[in-house]
Design a protein around this ligand. Structure first.
Ligand SMILES: Nc1ncnc2c1ncn2[C@@H]1O[C@H](COP(=O)(O)OP(=O)(O)OP(=O)(O)O)[C@@H](O)[C@H]1O
Ligand SMILES: [Mg+2]
Length: 271
């Protein structure tokens, strides 16, 4: 799989999704972080294979893209304009991607930029079935439906945007502090969720010994773990939606009834 995470806007969660929604589910995948040097702090996760390249070295990026089998290209805001103009010079580069993920968030400007990004990809000739919108930073406590929160993008989906990207079923990533915590700890949400530490036992031991620091650590650890489990469930659901073939294969192997009935993003081999 070769996947690009792209949006003209910064701060929509491109790096976050590249790490936690993609790389964490693709053992051995490399993240190509298209950023100015040392700007890709969001990708500083222990154990991930991250390479930083600026868009000015597009030929190197293109070479890597042609060589690699499993790669995630995360285009940072600092380099998106340069990256897009290089994609226009090397017109076949976009065809290397099995999937282009376009994350969007509720803010108006970001929704407008999301629409412009999809239009631009369409102009480049990319098959709309390979462009997938991910609705990020959905506030679960606001009780507003997705259709209202992302009204601009979904209005576009029903009109001009038809056929230019896959919008439905809505791939929604909830707002969750676990992403910030994971970034601070340099870990993936998945690792935090799967961590085996028995925080309750740690807390009891800390209480018995009167170690206030250890007690605080145990309480924070438990809350972080809870949030990470919630985020990871959400990520796994959205991942299965984006890659239904993988999910179906996994379910078949585990002999569990298939639940992912999401519309498939057209796989390259059938395109
Ligand atoms: N679903 C989410 N819930 C909570 N926080 C999130 C979520 N997604 C992203 N964030 C936070 O939002 C901020 C921006 O995310 P991120 O760095 O991934 O954006 P980006 O699109 O890569 O930005 P840039 O274009 O500048 O590289 C980060 O602090 C990240 O932790
Ligand atoms: Mg980024």
């Amino acid at each position: 799989m070769k996947i690009c995470v792209l949006n003209l806007s910064g701060n929509v969660g491109k790096s976050t999704l590249a790490v936690h929604l993609l790389a964490a589910f693709m053992p051995g995948a490399r993240i190509l972080s298209v950023e100015s040097l040392n700007a890709s702090a969001a990708n500083d996760v222990a154990g991930l294979d991250v390479e930083e390249l600026s868009a000015s070295r597009f030929k190197d990026i293109f070479r890597e893209l042609m060589m690699a089998d499993e790669v995630i290209v995360d285009v940072g805001a600092s380099n998106v304009a340069a990256f897009m103009s290089e994609m226009q010079r090397f017109r076949s580069a976009v065809g290397e991607f099995d999937l282009v993920l376009v994350p969007t968030v509720p803010a108006d400007k970001q929704q407008r930029d999301t629409i412009a990004t999809i239009d631009w990809l369409h102009g480049l000739g990319l098959d709309g079935r390979r462009v997938r919108v991910v609705f990020n930073q959905y506030a679960t406590d606001a009780a507003e439906p997705v259709e209202i929160v992302y009204a601009q993008v979904l209005g576009y989906a029903a009109a001009d945007g038809q056929g230019k990207a896959v919008f439905a079923p809505h791939a929604v990533i909830d707002r969750n502090e676990a992403y910030e915590m994971a970034k601070e700890l340099g870990r993936t949400v998945r690792e935090l969720a799967e961590g085996a530490t028995d925080w309750k036992a740690e807390r009891q031991a800390a209480k018995r010994s009167g170690d206030m620091e250890a007690l605080e650590r145990a309480m924070t650890g438990q809350m972080t773990h809870d949030l990470a489990v919630t985020a990871q469930r959400n990520l796994a659901r959205v991942h299965a939606m984006l890659f239904p073939q993988e999910a179906a294969g996994k379910h078949a192997r585990e002999d569990v009834p298939e639940t992912a009935t999401a519309e498939a993003v057209a796989p390259r081999r059938r395109a």
